[in-house]
Design a protein around this ligand. Structure first.
Ligand code: SAM
Ligand code: SF4
Length: 337
């Protein structure tokens, strides 16, 4: 029996009074890189039949936006290696109530797709880049080609996105010049950059050791050796803290899950490639949306009801600082970061 539409609220509120307005959807667990902090060298990927179809993802997008979600981010794995992924952007772009459709990509496919993504309604994108040194880049990504990514970034600049942001995972063995070089790179192009503290996910032997953890405050100190970096109270509703350099268009952000708690303002949930709704990146609480999508095809209200109910188990905060098992065994490529 279909769910009564009158029982449905138009906002998602969790038990701590936080409203969920932002959903990150992972569209594939596959990737053309094997970054050491994200994947194993030899990955076993999820069989295709277990993945949500792009149509099911579009239905999820509709359900979430009807429940007050204003921002959707497409991620992965590498979202742009999923076949026909543009059609998903084209279906999500026009959804009423959606204020921002965005993606996080490693940049390898942007030379081909930057223009079509812009045409599909994407206004801002995040591109992950940890090094401008080809050999170091190869060491981190294992199989990535820096030149391809740099060409992708140029294509994104040409396509005319409102904002392009680099995401850089901070690892201690990075030379000082590297961090400063990345900052120079974004300043010269009017791009933003966010430094992300490495999170302890995945199980790989090659993953950076606990000793390689580099707190945001150390990077900030380093940036201040060259630039007057000033704290701001700007926010994008997420966990990043933002800084500016007087006279520059770029914004410098820090996401510091380990050194600075940000859970009290959490406004987001995630959907994995297999349709698991994850209530927190750093906890195991999850609800199976694929089961609802496949058992009740076309019943949007039932899907929305399931999402509303799921909010009741959204945990207060993550556990990254505790040496827990479980979440630590989830690869970042399956959760979308
Ligand atoms: N493939 C795309 C990319 O690399 O941008 C999207 C998916 S990736 C999982 C999303 C983000 O998570 C990237 O910026 C990546 O650097 C980050 N990431 C992956 N593993 C991480 C970890 N262990 N700690 C912190 N960030 C991580
Ligand atoms: Fe692929 Fe992104 Fe993970 Fe690197 S961080 S392996 S590019 S999904």
């Amino acid at each position: 029996m279909a769910t009564d539409v009158h029982e449905l609220p138009n906002r998602l509120i969790d038990p701590f009074g936080r409203q969920v307005t932002y959903v990150r959807m992972s569209v594939t667990d596959r990737c053309d890189f094997r970054c050491v902090y994200c994947m194993s060298e030899r990955m076993t990927f999820i069989p295709r039949a277990q993945l949500l179809t792009l149509e099911e993802m579009a239905t999820l997008g509709q359900a979430f936006t009807e429940l007050g979600v204003r921002k959707l981010r497409i991620t992965g794995g590498e979202p742009l290696v999923r076949r026909n992924v543009l059609s998903l952007f084209q279906q999500l772009g026009p959804l009423p109530g959606l204020e921002e459709l965005t993606l996080t990509t490693n940049g390898s496919q942007l030379e081909r797709l930057a223009g079509p993504l812009r045409d599909a309604g994407v206004r801002r994108i995040n591109i992950s880049l940890d090094s401008l040194d080809p050999r170091r880049f190869r060491r981190i990504t294992r199989i990535g080609d820096l030149n391809k990514v740099l060409r992708g970034i140029e294509a994104a600049l040409t396509a005319g996105f409102d904002r392009i942001k680099l995401n850089t995972v901070a690892i201690r063995d990075r030379g000082d010049e590297e961090v400063l070089g990345l900052l120079d790179f974004v300043l010269a192009r009017g791009m933003d950059i966010t430094f992300i503290e490495q999170m302890p996910t995945g199980t790989d032997a090659d993953a950076p050791s606990p000793q390689s953890f580099l707190p945001s405050d150390e990077i900030l100190e380093l940036l201040r050796t060259r630039y007057a970096v000033v704290a701001t109270d700007e926010t994008t509703g997420g966990p990043a803290r933002y800084y500016r350099i007087p006279g520059q268009a770029s914004r410098v952000g820090f996401i510091s899950p380990r050194s600075h708690s940000f859970c009290e303002g959490c406004n987001r949930v995630r959907v994995t490639t297999e349709g698991q709704l994850l209530l927190c990146l750093g906890q195991d609480h999850a609800v199976d949306l694929k089961q609802v999508l496949r058992a009740y095809p076309g019943d949007l209200n039932r899907l929305k009801q399931t999402i509303v109910q799921a909010m009741k188990i959204k945990p207060k905060g993550h556990d990254f600082n505790q040496a827990r098992q479980g979440v630590a065994f989830r690869h970042m490529s399956s959760t979308g970061g």
